[in-house]
Design a binder for this molecule. Structure first.
Ligand code: AMP
Length: 200
């Protein structure tokens, strides 16, 4: 088993036919944000909703609230405070962690990993910027590999003009949720060879 840290470019979540809603706390930072930390099997399948008794408890993340608002913002509509997104991620994926992270540890692990990855900085260092330009997917992958030290998986989505854009970046993490590792499998990518990096 391994764990995926799935990060997302908010500009690409929002730049689709469906659009998005900014959280109640305002427009998120122009940075990759967390979608989730997902335990995964080597064959690509994953466990889900592993402990129905472990319901999300807001009081356990009270000290992480401002970090979560900054780094794990909700973009679903209608505009909300993020609790339903975090509840979904904890109950569906967080309860399946092999090292049995508790709720606070789960959110803390994801926040630390996201900071450690510095995905946007890795891209900018390679001249890849969120400026609506198109980039070769191999250049995007290599820039992240160079910065983080491990090969990322890239997922694309499409804007209303059918342009493929850089949507999610996956990195693999050991089961303790602390160190990046090379991925044994990658999620399906759906990217063309040239992808747009939208402004946000
Ligand atoms: P998952 O079930 O963890 O694989 O995540 C997929 C779900 O997360 C879908 O319902 C998405 O619409 C939702 N989702 C993805 N990104 C966000 C976001 N930034 N804010 C709110 N919901 C999201």
């Amino acid at each position: 088993m391994h764990v995926f840290l799935d990060t997302q470019w908010p500009g690409s979540y929002c730049d689709t036919k469906r659009s998005c809603c900014y959280p109640k706390t305002g427009k998120p930072a122009a940075d990759f944000s967390i979608h989730g930390l997902w335990p995964n099997y080597k064959d690509g399948s994953y466990p889900s909703n592993c402990d129905p008794d472990s319901v999300f408890d807001k009081s356990q993340i009270s000290e992480l609230l401002s970090s979560l608002q900054k780094s794990w913002p909700t973009l679903s509509c209608p505009s909300n405070d993020g609790i339903s997104f975090w509840t979904h991620e904890w109950e569906k994926h967080g309860t399946c962690s092999e090292s049995e992270l508790d709720q606070r540890e789960y959110f803390e692990a994801a926040l630390k990993l996201k900071e450690k990855a510095s995905i946007l900085q890795a891209l900018i260092n390679a001249g890849i910027k969120p400026n609506d330009e198109f980039y070769h997917i191999e250049d995007v992958k290599n820039a992240i590999k160079e910065g983080v030290g491990f090969t990322p998986g890239i997922e694309c989505n499409v804007d209303s003009s059918h342009n493929q854009q850089l949507y999610q970046v996956y990195l693999c993490v050991d089961t303790s949720g602390s160190e990046f590792i090379e991925c044994p499998v990658f999620p399906r990518s759906k990217c063309g060879s040239r992808i747009q990096f939208p402004k946000f």
